[in-house]
Design a protein around this ligand. Structure first.
Ligand code: AMP
Length: 438
């Protein structure tokens, strides 16, 4: 299957050629023909599968084929709703890139930035509007946007839109859009609320299932390191430092721990920035920009960054804490191994997080191998999986140690661990001293 065979207008083909997309991804191959055919589509696909182009390319094609009804002031013809400003902004950029050679305009509006420049942009008229529900409603109230001519609506990451409590906003927005329209819905999973949204907003939707969540995650090398809660910071900094990793995205569960972990890493001499919902939009944008540009080594973020963050070839994602919602694990590790590249996702898991790990394994439909990081072993993980990895278990398997008595091996191991600890402490001390000198 090629993009040419899908029958997209030449301007769109040139734009995707410039982006070096050689062939459609599975979600694009399935969704694009349905959208071109005017069908309502309900697809399970997450960020990283090429879902933005799956709806944006046929929308651009369809809109470019029809004349603008109001030449003087363009009414919104396609509305794309996204849960977060990060995703809205990213989709906005993609739509701009895909439609650069077409006579169509687009804008992304979201909260956390000034209202007036958005009003000015909307006043000029836009064909394709990308918006977060809250900010869109504000514009509706101020009468800076008119949705009465919308022909196509997209819910991007519908599950997250509803999880974030935007149900009432979505209902209000739907009430202002013509009933005769095409509706496209993209979601990672099909929760009850997503199904309800499809019932109230779609007509005979065609279902497209792309995600087998476990398969999706399989392209990422996943490692679980069991350790004590209070050792996590040290292990994290040691791991990044000794492996000499230069672009690491670290996820925490709360804003507070993002702040704490960020400060610890910075103090350890690793250039780090923090991204969470309490940061001003300008700080969030800067953190992302610096991280993408490689001027900082570590970005510590809450789940706000687990969706909508698109960095080509991000090599390492570390879950400092497992997410509260097991599905977010898939989103987080999806930040690495993108668009066919290899990636590694590491999770530091303490005994308090055992049940979340089990929930994650249920979604993945396979068990994750539990390992210990040398020098940071813990004795409090009483699990069958992990017990295979206890020091005794490893000794039995180790050929290198064949013939030696278990007790003498244990002694050797202990000595090695002590040496490593001393070495680590020395490195940390040196880093602190170096930092002090700067
Ligand atoms: P998305 O799932 O829309 O967030 O897209 C994930 C990444 O895949 C983005 O960096 C896109 O630019 C890229 N991408 C989308 N479609 C294709 C394609 N057909 N070939 C190669 N890369 C693509």
């Amino acid at each position: 299957m090629s993009f040419e065979k899908l029958g997209l207008v030449p301007e769109v083909l040139t734009a995707i050629d410039a982006l070096e997309y050689t062939k459609p991804t599975p979600v694009q191959a399935k969704v694009i023909p349905l959208v071109l055919d005017g069908k309502d589509v309900m697809a399970t696909a997450q960020t990283g599968t090429g879902k933005t182009a799956a709806y944006a390319l046929p929308i651009l094609h369809l809109l470019s084929k029809k004349e603008h009804k109001e030449k003087s002031k363009r009414a919104v013809r396609a509305l794309i709703l996204a849960p977060t400003r990060e995703l809205a902004s990213q989709v906005g950029k993609s739509v701009e890139a895909y439609g650069k050679d077409l006579d169509l305009t687009s804008a992304a509006v979201y909260g956390g930035v000034k209202f007036t420049p958005q009003v000015k942009k909307l006043e000029k008229g836009v064909d394709i509007l990308i918006a977060t529900p809250g900010r869109l409603l504000e514009h509706i109230k101020q009468e800076s946007v008119n949705l009465s001519k919308v022909e196509i609506v997209v819910f991007d990451e519908a599950d997250r839109i509803l999880d974030m409590g935007f149900w009432a906003e979505v209902e209000s927005i739907l009430a202002l859009i013509p009933k005769k329209r095409q509706t496209l819905l993209f979601s990672v999973g099909l929760s009850k609320s997503v199904k309800r949204l499809s019932e109230i907003s779609m007509k005979k939707p065609i279902k497209v299932e792309i995600n087998n969540q476990g398969d999706l995650a399989k392209k990422v090398k996943q490692t679980i390191y069991v350790c004590d809660k209070e050792k996590k910071c040290e292990l994290l900094s040691f791991m990044i430092g000794t492996n000499n990793w230069h672009q690491v995205l670290v996820f925490t569960k709360t804003k507070q721990s993002a702040d704490e972990v960020g400060s610890f890493l910075e103090e350890s001499g690793l250039k780090t920035l923090i991204l969470h919902g309490d940061k001003a939009h300008s700080q969030r944008t800067k953190a992302l920009k610096d991280f993408k540009a490689g001027t900082i080594r570590v970005l510590v973020a809450t789940d706000i960054a687990s969706r909508g963050l698109d960095i080509e070839e991000l090599p390492h994602v570390i879950n400092y804490e497992l997410p509260g919602d097991a599905e977010d694990y898939i989103h987080r590790i999806g930040r690495t191994g993108r668009a066919g590249h290899e990636g590694e996702a590491i999770s530091l898991v303490c005994k308090e997080e055992k049940s979340v790990l089990k929930d994650i394994e249920k979604i993945l439909k396979y068990a994750l191998k539990v390992e210990f990081f040398k020098g940071f072993e813990t004795k409090v993980w009483l699990d069958k999986e992990a017990s295979k990895n206890t020091i005794k278990g490893r000794i039995e398997r180790s050929k290198e140690l064949k013939g030696k008595s278990p007790n003498s091996i244990l002694g050797m191991r202990k000595k090695k661990a002590n040496d490593r600890n001393a070495e680590r402490k020395e490195t940390m001390k040196k880093r602190k001293e170096n930092k002090g000198k700067k």
